[in-house]
Structures are given as structure tokens and as C-alpha cells.
Design a protein around this ligand. Sequence first.
Ligand code: ZN
Length: 141
Amino acid sequence: MVQLHQKHIPVHIRCQVCAIADESIYHALVGCYFAVQCWKTWDPGIQINEEMEFNVWLEGSLNVKTKKQRAEIVTLCWAIWLARNEVVWNKKAMMVNRVDAGAKEYLTQWNEAQVKSFKVSLQPWADGDGVVSWVKPQQNS
Ligand SMILES: [Zn+2]
């Protein structure tokens, strides 16, 4: 909302979850009380500071973590964003355990997808494999 307001879009910039602070990206994904509860549940070792630029926070958080922790940080940001959208657009209650479970499930599926190897056939189509090719029509004589 803060970003929209800066672009002169007439919106209320107050956070729709807590109604205490302005809804910056950092506040929505890290500093809002709901986000703080989610981060405490996961505890990937991030710092939660006073209001700051999200990109500065993210860069600092990702630079000093392991690959596993970086994946957790990005996944939890995504899960918190989805939960906030459910509040704003569908008027659903935000529940930390639901965000926690959804993020862990998503991360598990993502990790499993990373280790599976897919063998792609590089062989060209062969005669008789069912492929129909375009054929130049015969000219009328
Ligand atoms: Zn808030």
C-alpha cells in the first residue's frame, strides 16, 4: 500500500492485518505482528529490526545463511504473502500454524522436485511413431 501511495494511487496505507503500522513490503512480510509470529515459528535465524527497506533486509538475510535457510526465508515470505492476500481479498483469518504447515509442505515439494532427474529423449522422431508431418500439396497441372 505504501508503494501504491507513493505512485499517487488513492489507497489507505495502513496495514489491513494489524491496523497499527503502514503497510510497507518489510512490514507486510517481516515486521507485522503476524509475520513476526511466523518467523518465530520457523526460526531460520533472521533479524527483525525496526522498519527498514525490504530489499536491504532480504539481501542481508540471504547473504549470511545456508542454502537451506535461504530457501526457508524465501518460502516463508511467499507463504506470509499468500496468507495476507487471503485476509485482504477473501476475509479469511490468518493462522500461524496454517502458514507454517503450508510453507513447509511447499518447501518439501520444491526440494523433492530439485532432486528428481528427468531424462529427456533427444532422439528425433522416427518413421511410424505416429507423428504426422505437413506435406506440400501437389500442384494442379
Ligand atoms: Zn501489520
